[in-house]
Design a protein around this ligand. Structure first.
Ligand code: LLP
Length: 414
C-alpha cells in the first residue's frame, strides 16, 4: 500500500520532505498534495481491469488545479467536467476535446452550445434538453445520455445521486420516452452514463449499475462507450475499508466482455473517479492557534475552518488528524475546531499527541473536495496549494491576499 505521510527519523515526511518544514516554508493553512500517490492511484485502477478498453475520465471537480490536471493527463487519464469552466481548464492544459466528457446538470442550452463548439463529449441528463439538442443539431453532433438507474448508494444522503428522488439523470423508467425523442430527431447516441453516488464500497453496486446500462444499451445501435460514473470509496478513518478495486475491476471486466459479445462490438468502458484518484494524496496543514479547556472538553482552535474544508460540516465527514509537530510523548483527547464564526468542528474527540500553541496539525484526505469546495467565508483568504513531485515541493497556487477579497467589489458613492 502506498502511504503518503511517513514517520521517518522522528519526522513526518512526504517523499522525504518534512511536513512541518513545508508548513514553515509556505505558511499555514496550506494544502499539500503527493503527486506520486495520485499517479499510483491511476495505475492501480488501470491495472484492475483486463480484457476491456477501460478509460478513466477523472472527475475534475474533486481537485482542479491545472498542475494536477497536467499530471493526470501525463498519467493517461481523460477528464469529466461538470461546468463549462472545467471544460476550459481541460482544454487550457492541453487535453484533446475528445478526452473530455462534459456532464452538466441544470445548465442553460447556451452552455451546452459552447461545449459543442469546443468539440467535447456532451452528456445530457434531462428530456427537454435532449429535445432541444435534437432540434438544433439533429444527428450532426454525437451525444451521451445520463440515466438515473434508481439505485440507492453512497456514504451520505447528500452524495447519493442515483435514487428515484434525485435531480440527476433521466429516469430509467422513462426509457421509452428517451427512445421516442432519439427517433424523432435521429439523435446520434454514442454513450450511456450512470453515476449513483460517492463513497460506494461494494462491487455489487457497480454491477447493478452495469446491468441497467447493459439492458438500456440494447436499445441503441451506435454506442461507442458505457460510462459507469465514479464513487469508489477510499479510507477516511483508521481501519476503514476502501472499495476493493481489483474485485470491481475483475467483476466489471467479465460482465462487460460478455455484454460486448452480445452487443456485437467492442465498446469502451469509462469510469469517472474523483476521490479514488486524489483524496488520500492531500493534507490540509493548519496551525494550532489556541488550546482551550472547558469543563466539557479541550478544543484546539486552528487557523483554518469550514471555509477551507467544508466536508466535516456538510457531510459529517470524518477526516483523520495528526499533530506533526509531536512524534511521541503523551496523548490527550481534543476537538479540533476552526476559526470561523460557526460551529466548524473539523474533528471531534480525537486522541492526539499533546498539542501546544503553534503546533502543526495535518488533516488527512484533503485532496478531494477540499480546496475545490473552499470559499472566502468570513472574508478569509483561501490557502496556497503545494504539489510534491520527484521529491521536490512546488507552489502551484499562491495564497490569496486581501486584494483578492476586494477584487470584484465595486465601490459606489454612498
Ligand atoms: N461523476 C459524476 C457524474 C459525479 O457527480 C461525481 C461526483 C463523480 C463522478 C465523482 O465521484 P467520486 O469518485 O469523487 O466519489 N463533494 C462530495 C462528493 C460529491 C461529488 C458529486 N459528484 C464529497 O466531498 O464527498
Amino acid at each position: 500500500q502506498f502511504i503518503v505521510m511517513k514517520l521517518i527519523d522522528q519526522t513526518y515526511q512526504i517523499q522525504g520532505i518534512g511536513v512541518a518544514d513545508l508548513a514553515e516554508k509556505y505558511g499555514t493553512p496550506v494544502y499539500v498534495y503527493d503527486g506520486e500517490k495520485i499517479v499510483n492511484q491511476v495505475k492501480l485502477l488501470q491495472d484492475a481491469f483486463s480484457g476491456v478498453n477501460m478509460k478513466i475520465k477523472y472527475a475534475t471537480k474533486a481537485l482542479s488545479n491545472i498542475n494536477i490536471l497536467k499530471l493526470l493527463k501525463k498519467a493517461g487519464t481523460g477528464m469529466d467536467a461538470v461546468s463549462i469552466e472545467e471544460v476550459k481548464l481541460g482544454l487550457h492544459v492541453g487535453f484533446d476535446p475528445n478526452e473530455i466528457m462534459y456532464t452538466p446538470n441544470c445548465v442553460s442550452f447556451d452552455e451546452i452550445k459552447e461545449a459543442v463548439d469546443m468539440k467535447v463529449m456532451i452528456n445530457l441528463d434531462n428530456i427537454p434538453m435532449l429535445e432541444h439538442f435534437g432540434r438544433v443539431y439533429g444527428n450532426s453532433v454525437p451525444v451521451c445520455i445520463r440515466l438515473n438507474p434508481h439505485i440507492m448508494a453512497g456514504g451520505n444522503a447528500k452524495i447519493s445521486v442515483g435514487h428515484i428522488d434525485s435531480k440527476f439523470g433521466i429516469s430509467i423508467l422513462q426509457l421509452k420516452h428517451i427512445l421516442k425523442v432519439v427517433k424523432e430527431y435521429d439523435l446520434n447516441v454514442i454513450g450511456l452514463h450512470v453515476h449513483t453516488g460517492s463513497d460506494i464500497l461494494e462491487a455489487e453496486v457497480f454491477l447493478k449499475g452495469a446491468e441497467i446500462l447493459f439492458d438500456a444499451a440494447k436499445e441503441f445501435k451506435d454506442l461507442m462507450f458505457l460510462d459507469f460514473g465514479g464513487g469508489f470509496k477510499v479510507a477516511y478513518k483508521e481501519g476503514d475499508i476502501s472499495t476493493d478495486i481489483m474485485d470491481v475491476g475483475k467483476k466489471v471486466s467479465v460482465a462487460f466482455q460478455q455484454f460486448c459479445k452480445e452487443y456485437g462490438k467492442e465498446l469502451e468502458l469509462w469510469f469517472e473517479p474523483g476521490k479514488f484518484i486524489v483524496s488520500e494524496s492531500g493534507y490540509l496543514l493548519a496551525r494550532a492557534n489556541v488550546i482551550k479547556s472547558t469543563p466539557a472538553s479541550t478544543f484546539v482552535g486552528v487557523d483554518s475552518g469550514l471555509n477551507h474544508l467544508i466536508r466535516p460540516m456538510m457531510y459529517d465527514a470524518y477526516h483523520g488528524v495528526f499533530n506533526v509537530s509531536k512524534t511521541g510523548g503523551e496523548q490527550h483527547v481534543y476537538s479540533v475546531v476552526g476559526y470561523i464564526c460557526e460551529t466548524d468542528t473539523i474533528a471531534a474527540d480525537r486522541k492526539l499527541n499533546t498539542v501546544e500553541e503553534g503546533d502543526i496539525l495535518a488533516i488527512k484526505n484533503a485532496g478531494a473536495y477540499g480546496f475545490s469546495m473552499a470559499s472566502n467565508y468570513n472574508s478569509r483568504l483561501r490557502p496556497p496549494e503545494v504539489l510534491i513531485l520527484g521529491g521536490k515541493d512546488y507552489l502551484i497556487r499562491e495564497r490569496e491576499t486581501f486584494d483578492d477579497i476586494l477584487k470584484h467589489q465595486i465601490n459606489i458613492d454612498i
